[in-house]
Design a protein. Structure first.
Length: 233
């Protein structure tokens, strides 16, 4: 059976899916967060490996799984909130819910299996869309990626999902529509930042459009990008 949480962990280079689905438990080193794993070592590395990305050339993106991605988005959010509270309040967007110090069990990393599955699917699709933003993944590149997928421990449904998403035309409307909460919108943007070349004009234009469509506050957008930059080795 297709497990979105497991596939997202493979994309992000993390361990097993964190608790919540009951499908697999956390690995011992899973919560080391930004210090472990890496997008370059996960499935996303296959998508990005064909790019002349300076980000990839520098080494692994130290994300280390879904929980760490949620932690990145959460940290950016709390820092943005702190900066807002330190200055006169201004209504720039509806406030997010108050959350506890750790993302587990919050809207950033929900405990309910269906919510976690929906979050995982949205982030997977966002990362694949971002990887296609420069138009680099043509038919030849797709075949190279499909060959790499055959080398991995993916079941038929998981491979079919990745292949189908790669073959679809870039659809930013679908990415935005999947952002059903402000927290998920932030995670979608964070994952997209990690899946692009920061020096590619086309990909930067895609990110700018995505942030605008997701209605991210400029300060929050900057906070996410700042935290994402710290994950580059």
């Amino acid at each position: 059976m297709f497990d979105p949480q497991k596939l997202l962990e493979q994309f992000l280079g993390g361990g097993k899916a964190p608790g919540g689905s009951g499908k697999s438990g956390p690995s011992p080193d899973f919560m080391k967060g930004l210090a472990t794993g890496g997008v370059a070592g996960g499935l996303a590395g296959i998508l990005l490996g064909g790019k002349s990305s300076k980000k990839m050339a520098k080494g692994a993106l130290k994300v280390g799984g879904t929980a760490a991605l949620a932690g990145l988005a959460y940290k950016a959010y709390t820092q943005w909130q702190a900066s807002k509270n330190a200055a006169p309040q201004a209504e720039v967007q509806p406030p997010m819910k108050d959350i506890t110090p750790k993302p587990e069990g919050t809207p950033f990393l929900p405990s309910l299996p269906q919510q976690r599955d929906n979050m995982s699917l949205a982030i997977l699709r966002a990362m694949i869309a971002a990887a296609k933003a420069d138009g680099h993944i043509d038919a030849t590149e797709q075949q190279r990626i499909f060959g790499k997928l055959d080398e991995l421990e993916l079941d038929t449904e998981e491979k079919a999902f990745v292949i189908d998403e790669l073959r679809k035309p870039l659809d930013i409307d679908a990415v935005v529509a999947a952002a059903t909460t402000p927290e998920l919108a932030l995670e979608i943007y964070a994952a997209s930042v990690l899946a692009i070349d920061p020096d590619d004009p086309a990909e930067q234009a895609y990110l700018a459009m995505l942030a605008s469509r997701l209605k991210l506050d400029p300060g929050l957008k900057h906070a996410v990008e700042k935290e994402a930059a710290k994950t580059v080795a």
